[in-house]
Design a protein around this ligand. Sequence first.
Ligand SMILES: Cc1ncc(COP(=O)(O)O)c(C=O)c1O
Length: 405
Amino acid sequence: MRLDERTRPDFPILERVVNGHPLVYLDSAASSQRPRTVIEAMGQYYARSHANVHRSIHTLGEEATELYEAARDRVQRFIGAGSREEVVFTRGTTDGLSLLAETLGRTLRAGDEVLITELEHHSNIIPWQLATRDRGAVLKAVPLRDDGTLDLEAFERLLTRRTRVVAFAHVSNVLGTINPVAEMSARARQVGAFTVVDGAQAAPHLPLDISLLGCDFYVFSAHKMLGPTGIGVLYGRREVLESLEPGRGGSEMIKEVWIDRAQWNDLPWRFEPGTPPIAEAVGLTAAIEYLEKLGMERVLEHERALTRQALEGLAAVPGVNVYGPPARTDRGAVVAFTVAGLHPHDVAALLDAEGIAVRAGHHCAMPLMRRLGVVGTSRASFSVFNSPDEVGRLLAVVAELRTAL
Ligand SMILES: Cc1ncc(COP(=O)(O)O)c(C=O)c1O
């Protein structure tokens, strides 16, 4: 049985009819949909066990704490982290990257360098702009080659003894490019720089083993991987987390507080100020359980086939341009394209009229749009519930757009 045949009945939203057509949801890179088990787990938590965590001695407080901490164990196994202390819950990828830029930013001195890349999402650009600007440090970016991959020779040249942080996406949310995380992390370590990997478009789609990647930090969002909004994960290598002062404070991230100073809590709570996203952690556990039951190897294989079908099909439509590495290379589950004579927003609106949801615009990657020489693109992205028939429908409607011009 194909993966989508198995999964589709689990996603109630797929029963929706949009503009008179069955919904074809091709926007999982922006936010995926949720299986019933995730929705029910969160409802069940609120109906039976909700209380605040880590502070109440009563039964509900203990149940909530157990559920919240169980999510951490689940994430640890899912990403292959060495210990549960290395898993910090955040509000999402943007929040995790901001937390890191605030925290690592404090260690920067004037003239230090932070190296990002030209294909980053704004969430992995702006926090570093703020951090470097405040400290008199310098922000640089690794350029892209014309085939949509990073120029690794330029990366070598840009990496210097002054580089303190190298921050880059595992998978591009526009081009689908998969960056060589292990190779780049090893090189960054040689110059003594921290590596921060934005895994927002990787964690939902491929088997992850942090221990093989060798990065210091890895961040992602639950809502792109069948889980709820409002929670994300920040993996941090234990020795590095231990060595850092928290960038944000308050609530339960301390052991002892005096008016003029405080003693920090143990890892990972030191980096989790305030009431955390508890129901969302329960939902994330259910999402990971769901993905693990399917098997991440199978998820990767299924989405890779859909991506290839879309890339090859779109490239064959006259007037359509697709972006990123060629169809036969390893790519993430996104396909960005433009249709000659049509603004990407018009393409998305015309597809929506047929019940097909794609994203259009700059995809929060304006420097990349500039590099590609486009105002924006339309982007189809895939998840475990998408079928080859749905990709076929996208291709058929895009082909009609051209003939209607
Ligand atoms: C590569 C990448 N980084 C960061 C983000 C931001 O994620 P979030 O909005 O969940 O914080 C996204 C989501 O669009 C993304 O695709």
